[in-house]
Design a binder for this molecule. Structure first.
Ligand SMILES: Cc1ccn(O)c(=O)c1
Ligand SMILES: [Zn+2]
Length: 261
């Protein structure tokens, strides 16, 4: 069995070879969201999102996903309200996806995977001097998760998809200087929220997750565009960037709250 685990482990992207869990972790992500076990919290506020499209900087293939990064030196792109005590600044967004449409998301709903999941990463610039500091604090980060499902072509996403061939290899960057990521967030206000962690190293337990109930629709060509990216650098043997999601983690002593009945 242990040799099987070693073999399975070797098949994982280097990022996910052991240790898959961190010792002593009590609030790890992602998790399965069991709809019927989530608890409606009438005190949860609506989430307020205000992004300035000109804070968009570039797209970067970091060898695990592609990040769209923002100028986070001021409070021009922020979220506030929802489960949050204060406002959080947008730093970057990225996606997780599968090799095929049957899986790819990090979170699941009633054990159902979506083909992909968007993460908009924000940090608490009210209490901490930098993103790197906030990553180490229990209330340091707030990540909005949006599920992607197969359906109609998403026009807002297409401008991003058109730029992906330029960042096919790890450590390539392309300027991307006007984009409003709120076009990727469903207008339905409903969300679940729980206390969790980063899903890539350092896996720190610093994330207030805000998972939108409604998915956005993208079409097959747009998902295929994600799958033609590479984990590998130019000149290395090509490895397609697919299945870049972390396995589900135990809920342990946590309750998922919903903003809706
Ligand atoms: C900060 C960070 C890093 C990786 N991932 O997947 C996240 O969702 C957030
Ligand atoms: Zn993520």
């Amino acid at each position: 069995a242990c040799s099987q685990k070693k073999a399975r482990n070797a098949a994982l992207h280097p990022l996910w070879q052991s240790p898959l869990t961190i010792p002593g972790g009590t609030r790890q992500s992602p998790i399965n969201i069991q709809w019927r076990d989530s608890v409606y919290d009438p005190f949860l506020k609506p989430l307020k999102i205000s992004y300035d499209p000109t804070t968009c900087l570039h797209i970067w293939n970091n060898g695990y996903s592609f990040l769209v990064e923002f100028d986070d030196s001021t409070d021009r792109s922020i979220i506030i309200g929802g489960p949050l005590e204060n406002q959080y600044r947008l730093k970057q967004f990225h996606f997780h996806w599968g090799a095929i449409n049957d899986w790819g998301s990090e979170h699941t709903v009633d054990s159902k995977f979506y083909p992909a999941e968007l993460h908009l990463v924000h940090w608490n610039a009210v209490e901490y001097p930098s993103f790197e500091d906030a990553v180490m604090e229990g209330n340091g980060l707030a990540v909005i998760g949006v599920f992607l499902k197969l359906g109609a072509r998403h026009e807002g996403l297409q401008t991003l998809v058109d730029a992906l061939p330029a960042v096919r290899h790890k450590d390539t960057v392309i300027e991307f200087d006007v984009f409003d990521p709120s076009c990727l967030i469903p207008s339905c206000p409903d969300y679940w929220t729980y206390a969790g962690s980063l899903t890539t190293p350092p896996l720190t337990e610093s994330v207030t997750w805000i998972i939108k109930k409604k998915p956005i629709e993208v079409d097959e060509d747009q998902l295929e565009a994600f799958r033609m990216l590479l984990f590998t650098s130019d000149g290395e043997e090509e490895k397609r960037m697919v299945d870049n999601f972390r396995p589900l983690q135990p809920l342990m002593n946590r309750t998922v709250r919903s903003s809706f009945r």
